[in-house]
Design a protein around this ligand. Sequence first.
Ligand SMILES: CC(C)(COP(=O)(O)OP(=O)(O)OC[C@H]1O[C@@H](n2cnc3c(N)ncnc32)[C@H](O)[C@@H]1OP(=O)(O)O)[C@@H](O)C(=O)NCCC(=O)NCCS
Length: 200
Amino acid sequence: MEIVLNFLDDLGAINPLLAPIIEEAQTHGGRIYLRCVESRDRQKIVRLARTSKALHHPWIETPTSNSLFNQYIDRIKGKNATGMVVCFKHNDEIVGVINLNEIVLGAFRSARVSYYVSNEHQGCGLMTEGLNLFTAEAFISQGLHRIEAAIQPQNIPSKRLVKRCGFHYEGLAKGYLYIDGQWRDHERWALVHERETVGV
Ligand SMILES: CC(C)(COP(=O)(O)OP(=O)(O)OC[C@H]1O[C@@H](n2cnc3c(N)ncnc32)[C@H](O)[C@@H]1OP(=O)(O)O)[C@@H](O)C(=O)NCCC(=O)NCCS
């Protein structure tokens, strides 16, 4: 966590709009922490996904069954994806999930982030805290240059979230992702860490 807090300074240099959030995280440490998703989280994540279905649909597909959770765990155990839970510091409750998908290194050093909050904890700023820590951690540990978010144009809360976290709008991708039985248009948003080289 210390390294993440140090890196927040760099993130502030990338986007000065993040300064208040960074100051809050550095001074008070925030309300939440992140940790990697583990198999033991199955029951809690499946329950969160099921009880928040109305909030998540049709924006994202979440593991609403044990078999979908198994597929999810297999995916994030691979080289090209990671998954983290956003947890309250005071009681360790899982309030949301943030994933990094399609991690590509080399000269590209890019990945796509996806996320969802529990119905109960939406609209409290917890995902803003979580996504800021997550992107800082991903830039450090994955050595990324760019983190993208693909968002359906009508998904206002998600667009507000990435804007608050310093992402900029790059354009509309027609039929970009297959979600809930349809190829859906997505806006592409990105946060770029201006690295001088491809090194970590
Ligand atoms: C996208 C999603 C994660 C955003 O969640 P969220 O709860 O709105 O995001 P935050 O936790 O950052 O909360 C921000 C809201 O809390 C409010 N808030 C309340 N107390 C706050 C505090 N102490 N600090 C910061 N914000 C606070 C903010 O004003 C903001 O509301 P606003 O956008 O209306 O101004 C959520 O809507 C979701 O899970 N959607 C379904 C899945 C999805 O769409 N995933 C993305 C696919 S691209």
